[in-house]
Design a protein around this ligand. Structure first.
Ligand SMILES: [Ca+2]
Ligand SMILES: [Ca+2]
Length: 397
């Protein structure tokens, strides 16, 4: 009898131990975590990223590195709740390959409470996030104006196009555009350069227009643009200038300069806010070559500065630090001494062959990332812009 009991006990122990083995075998799982770059990056799969699984039960940590397919694999994982995290630093050169924008960036991703069930292989997908790379840029400026069929001059068809050159949506609310004070060259023999030239830390605006909105009213997707027209009409109309190169009736914004005498027309195109204005009938930017900046800053924070030796209205002093992008055009190749925009914002300038040539200046394409055009931005209009025989509002053709 005693022998039998011992035997039975052994059998029970054997059974238990066998069951425990079975449980251990069942309890581990394989886990694959796919790491993706932010949506605007190409390719999407992020290789070489260290992925960390931290058990929320006992704090145990396991790591694996993602392969070229973006997958990091883990074996023998015990069931339970985990936190999955990934962090990845890109050098400027690496970021340029993936986004077209040459800026170093740190990317991160985290998923809390990832549940691993006993015996079941699990897959998770994490998308890395980071601050936007790139920014708004001036894509095209058509300032030269055009000739009418009878050889007259026409300048109401000017426009500026602003492009989202970044990896994320940018909200245009409160974005300002300004033309910078100073002549474009020796238009008259006694023309002096801007009296503000010695100040390399600011630009001095003659007029400022602003996109309305309360913060998130006007999103602009990566690779998209807006057109700001002097007048948002079809300039090819018989009554305007049939020889104009542009129809701006589909412009996003126009500069409507409301006046008692109604000299500027208010087309159905939405109006920019006129923040500060020292021009005439309309926001005519000089056909000899304007200096332009886009920026964001409360107008009330900007200093109003008298023009030395002039009784004209004060100009608005804008710090370089708030300027997002700048464009400088001067009268001709010999006009470098008339630069109005500090080298830190724009080290060069463009020039047209003459006034009213219908020539336009468009920023060069640096690369295309998964179909999204990335524009060249070296803060030098001489390098970054090319002269076109005719404007290309809203396109690159
Ligand atoms: Ca207008
Ligand atoms: Ca309007």
């Amino acid at each position: 009898m005693k022998q039998f009991m011992t035997c039975l006990a052994s059998a029970v122990i054997l059974l238990v131990s066998c069951k425990r083995d079975k449980q251990n075998e069942l309890s581990t799982s394989g886990v694959v975590v796919t790491i993706l770059y932010p949506p605007a990056y190409s390719p999407q799969q992020a290789a070489g990223v260290t992925v960390t699984l931290t058990s929320l039960t006992d704090g145990q940590v396991k790591t694996a590195v993602s392969g070229s397919n973006g997958e990091a694999s883990f074996t023998d994982m015990l069931p339970g709740s985990y936190s999955i995290s990934a962090a990845h630093n890109l050098s400027a050169a690496e970021a340029e390959q993936l986004t077209g924008i040459s800026e170093a960036i740190s990317l991160n991703a985290i998923q809390n409470n990832a549940v691993i069930t006993a015996g079941l292989d699990a897959r998770f997908e994490l998308q890395l996030q980071g601050s936007a790379l790139g920014n708004l840029v001036i894509k095209e400026v058509y300032y030269t104006g055009s000739r009418t069929p009878s050889g007259g001059t026409y300048f109401s068809d000017q426009f500026v196009e602003i492009y989202n050159n970044a990896t994320d949506t940018i909200y245009l609310d409160s974005l300002c555009i300004a033309d910078i004070y100073g002549v474009s060259g020796l238009i008259n023999p006694d023309n002096p350069p801007s009296p503000f030239q010695d100040d390399n830390d600011h630009v001095y605006a003659s007029s400022i227009w602003r996109i309305p909105g309360t913060g998130k009213d006007h999103p602009l997707a990566p690779g998209s643009s807006i057109i700001i027209a002097q007048d948002g009409v079809n300039h090819k109309d018989e009554l305007l200038n049939p020889a104009s190169p542009v129809d701006l009736s589909a412009a996003d914004w126009e500069t409507y300069n409301e006046r008692e005498d109604g000299r500027d027309a208010d087309s159905p195109v939405p109006n920019l806010e006129r923040v500060y204005f020292t021009g005439g009938f309309d926001w005519l930017i000089t056909v000899f070559g304007p200096g332009l900046v886009i920026f964001k800053e409360d107008f009330d924070k900007l200093e109003q500065v008298p023009i030395p030796g002039s009784s004209l209205a004060p100009r608005i002093k804008i710090p370089n630090a708030v300027v997002i992008d700048a464009f400088e055009a001067l009268k001709d190749a010999e006009s470098a001494g008339f630069k109005r925009i500090p080298p830190a914002l724009d080290a060069g300038f463009v020039f047209a062959s003459d006034t009213y040539t219908a020539e336009s200046f468009r920023r060069k394409t640096a690369s295309a990332i998964n179909g999204r055009i990335v524009l060249q931005d070296t803060n030098n209009s001489s390098n970054d812009f090319e002269k076109l025989e005719t404007p290309t509002p809203g396109s690159f053709d």
